[in-house]
Ligand binder design. Sequence first.
Ligand SMILES: [Zn+2]
Length: 170
Amino acid sequence: MTTKIRADLIDAGCTDEKLIAEIEKDWLEFNVAKPRSKQSEFECFVKDCHGNLQIVFTHISDRYGLPKHIATVVTRSFGFKSKRQTDIQNSLNLGSKYGVWRYLNAHRTPCNHSCLDGKFFYLKRGIRFKGEFIYPGDKPGCMCGYRVSVPFLEETPPSLLQKIILFFRG
Ligand SMILES: [Zn+2]
């Protein structure tokens, strides 16, 4: 199965298989379920940049010795993945357990995740799809998202929710 980063690199005209494999290996290592102590220095660095893509861009250009246009693609891909994972980790830290998949068909070569739309998944593990656990945005062309499920809100009838909101608004 092609990874998203590989598809992005080939799209950008990168033909150096050794380089693609090296970047792909790092990309696959980014994993929200791994405790911080087991994350690589590179992964921690990118996550600590909190989406400041200029710093990530400089770091990635140097790390792999990339021309500007390829470094841009790689930065976007790592930046997106690390932001998504940081968001999920924050939700886990706040006590949320489940996400609800949201299918989005916006890429010119869309993913095949329409059947996942509205499905619940463990934030800690991702959703099982074709024999592996994935997160929104992991696969080539995937523009899917998710929302965090709040069990109390899922079970509360909308009419009661409205009353609760009005109560807190005073
Ligand atoms: Zn998708």
